[in-house]
Design a protein around this ligand. Structure first.
Ligand SMILES: [Zn+2]
Ligand SMILES: [Zn+2]
Length: 347
């Protein structure tokens, strides 16, 4: 047995979804609008749920239409494939799985499609066929679980640096190289370093759409979820902390490197960075995922559902690359010829 929650309009029984424009739960039938921070009329109901095959799939029954909802065991929000009724899997957003904060979606599906088209614009290496034939196979808004870590990095770094000076003395050209040993030490505090807590989404995508603005986050409520998908974390905080620590160490190291000033060369020779454990929070961040089908291959794009930052890999047309290189080369040659011609005229 398992608990589902659905979101019925108190006025007409219609299906409520979270609306990005008004930031309210909205009923498309009677235009009713409800504040997600106080709305508590969604109905929790217990449904029979069966584990299926390898225990990773859970089967629920939709209360609205009796249809079967099959979901991954980590799914926290989904919808009935038959009637579209949005449901929240209560046990995956409560207890140890309850996020502290959620950043609600600010951008909707239409805006995600627009950003995708903008993203393609100006990509000169994109095969022409991609524009005409690639189709958006799937587009969905997902609340991605993240761990946020805080901590303090104590660092000591040594650098080998040189300064080089040239001057002329009579017939001689002199070079003087001065060698320096630099030392930097200090502490840096970090807050809310994000680590994607879901193994289902490519970390490269989720890191590329950062940053999210945590100032706009709300205290978590499942009322932000209807109409979207959500996953609970399946990577533990302990595992994620190592990743956060390596991000903290990298940032600290580049911060210290940026203070070494004006040397002709400067390379870190050794360093010790120790990170003391700080805060740890669990949150959900809004992400649009687009799967695009082209030439038998799926290309995945991601958009930050709060800021609109858009990322993804596109196929590139090698013939176009060659022709661009060729035209650059011809352009340079033409320019050189023109310069030579002008020099010739000036003689
Ligand atoms: Zn209604
Ligand atoms: Zn249904």
């Amino acid at each position: 047995m398992s608990e589902l929650k659905d979101f019925k309009c108190p006025n007409c029984g219609g299906r409520l979804e979270f609306d990005t424009r008004t930031q309210k739960l909205k009923c498309p039938y009677c235009d009713g609008s409800f504040d997600p921070e106080v709305f508590d009329e969604g109905s929790n109901y217990t449904v029979s749920s069966d584990k299926w095959e390898d225990d990773n799939i859970v089967v629920y029954t939709c209360e609205s239409c009796g249809g079967t909802i099959m979901a991954d065991k980590d799914t926290a929000a989904s919808s009935c494939p038959y009637c579209g009724n949005p449901v929240v899997m209560v046990s995956n957003v409560s207890g140890i799985y309850k996020p502290k904060k959620v950043i609600p979606f600010l951008l909707d599906k239409k805006q995600a499609k627009e950003r995708y088209r903008e993203f393609l614009r100006g990509k000169t290496l994109l095969p022409a066929k991609f524009r005409s034939e690639a189709t958006i196979d799937e587009i969905k808004g997902i609340y991605v679980p993240y761990w946020l870590f805080g901590g303090k990095a104590n660092a000591r770094m040594w650098f080998d640096a040189t300064r080089v000076r040239h001057w002329n003395e009579g017939d001689y050209m002199c070079t003087e190289t001065s060698y320096y040993k630099l030392f930097r030490s200090g502490a840096v505090r970090f807050a809310n370093v994000p680590v994607d807590a879901s193994s289902k989404i490519d970390d490269l995508l989720t890191e590329s759409i950062e940053p999210f603005d945590l100032d706009q986050a709300k205290d978590f409520s499942e009322n932000y979820l209807p109409g979207y998908f959500a996953d609970r974390y399946d990577i533990s905080a302990e595992e994620s902390r190592q990743k956060a620590n390596s991000r903290i160490a990298n940032s600290t190291s580049s911060l210290f490197s940026s203070t070494t000033g004006m040397y002709d060369t400067c390379v870190p020779s050794s360093s010790t960075i120790s990170i003391s454990q700080g805060t740890q929070d669990y949150v959900m961040y809004p992400v649009w995922l687009l799967n695009v089908d082209y030439d038998g291959k799926i290309y995945t794009f991601a958009m930050n559902g709060q800021t609109g930052k858009f990322v993804g890999d596109l196929p590139s047309d090698n013939k176009k690359l060659v022709s661009i290189m060729a035209s650059v080369f011809l352009g340079v040659t033409a320019l050189m010829t023109a310069v030579q011609y002008i020099l010739y005229l000036m003689r």
